[in-house]
Design a protein around this ligand. Structure first.
Ligand code: F6P
Length: 342
């Protein structure tokens, strides 16, 4: 069997660990040939194929990013895109595609099933917002990176009696903000799932400061929005999957807090720092487990599936279960965080 592998969407610590695991299992153990497509679905459209053998994946386990490169290319949005995907798969004699990505990349893999493409998905995103898997690799590393930053911001905030606004990634789901906020001892956590009331936030900061606690940490997910009519936000460009490029809520929020409370307020935007660098041990193990099981699924001809973590077991679920609906922060999880806010 000839297996084509691609990494799509935003990169994420652990992608290389998945690639290595796929090759070690599919090539070394099961005797299949593995090739890589460069830059996600773009490499399939443009027939950019590279060999992916044991030598190619040597030493990449701890490396961040993806040796294959990534892009947010959507073949369904490009004239003739799907035909070119099918042509490449035929000319390269690809029997199975293993797509490593988030909702968009895996959504394409799912839709291509209707065109006879044999796909297996591996869930990837630092945002941890894919359904059907309890966690995606990359999330643990991103949270730890955010917590390291918050720990440092606490000490400088205390030295200067400042409010520190920390903006983290999280377009639709606030998992990074929630976990980093809990682990980092934040005094407020703002997530996309719960539009915030800026007046209420400022009142809670004032209550804190009136108790003599003159430094505060506010963690805000980039996709968090104010309740209607309470604060304005500007929006950015739209990508190939229709997502707005975010960023800016932290800056606006810090200005608003400064104006409303008079407190010395600063903002730190962690942004792509959370996506870069070496994966945590947890993410390396999870990525390795996912990669091995994706190779097994391709070997078994179990297409249209996505590997997932459920109750600490690696299972296969229908691809559509992973991409159908985003996994959002529920009320109970946020209530736990609220115990520590204020
Ligand atoms: O991959 C998910 C993500 O990291 C989101 O958290 C973020 O909104 C987005 O990617 C940023 O994408 P880009 O790197 O294309 O600006």
């Amino acid at each position: 069997m000839r297996i084509g592998v691609l990494t799509g969407g935003g990169d994420c610590p652990g992608l290389n660990a998945v690639l290595r695991a796929i090759v070690r299992r599919a090539d070394s153990d099961l005797g299949h040939e593995v090739v890589g497509f460069r830059h996600g679905w773009r490499g399939v459209i443009d027939a950019e194929v590279v060999p992916l053998d044991r030598t190619a994946v040597r030493g990449i386990l701890p490396r961040g990013g993806t040796v294959l490169g990534s892009s947010r290319t959507n073949p369904f949005n490009i004239d003739g895109g799907v035909d070119r995907v099918l042509a490449t798969l035929a000319s390269e004699s690809i029997d199975a595609v293993i797509a490593i990505g988030g909702e968009d990349t895996l959504g394409v893999a799912h839709r291509l099933g209707e065109f006879g493409v044999h796909a297996v998905g591996v869930p990837k995103t630092i945002d941890n917002d894919l359904s059907a898997t309890e966690v995606t690799f990359g999330f643990d590393t991103a949270v730890q990176t955010a917590v390291d930053a918050i720990d440092r911001l606490h000490t400088t905030a205390e030295s200067h009696d400042r409010v520190m606004v920390v903006e983290v990634m999280g377009r639709h789901a606030g998992w990074i903000a929630l976990h980093a906020g809990i682990a980092g001892g934040a005094n407020a956590i703002l997530i996309p799932e719960r539009p915030f009331d800026v007046a209420q936030l400022c009142a809670s900061l004032e209550a804190r400061h009136s108790r003599g606690e003159n430094a505060s940490i506010v963690v805000v997910a980039e996709g968090a929005t104010p309740q209607e009519g309470t604060m304005t936000l500007t929006s950015g460009e739209i990508d190939a999957f229709g997502h707005v490029r975010l960023g800016g809520v932290g800056q606006r929020l810090s200005e608003e807090i400064r104006e409303r409370t008079g407190y010395d307020t600063r903002v730190t935007i962690l942004g792509h720092l959370l996506r870069g660098g070496t994966p945590s041990a947890f993410d390396r193990v999870l990525a390795s487990r996912f990669g091995v099981e994706a190779a097994n699924a391709a070997h078994d001809g179990d297409f249209g599936t996505m590997v997932a973590l459920q109750s600490d077991n690696i299972v296969r679920v229908p691809l559509e279960a992973g991409v159908g609906e985003l996994k959002l922060v529920d009320a109970a999880k946020y209530e736990l965080a609220q115990v520590f806010m204020g």
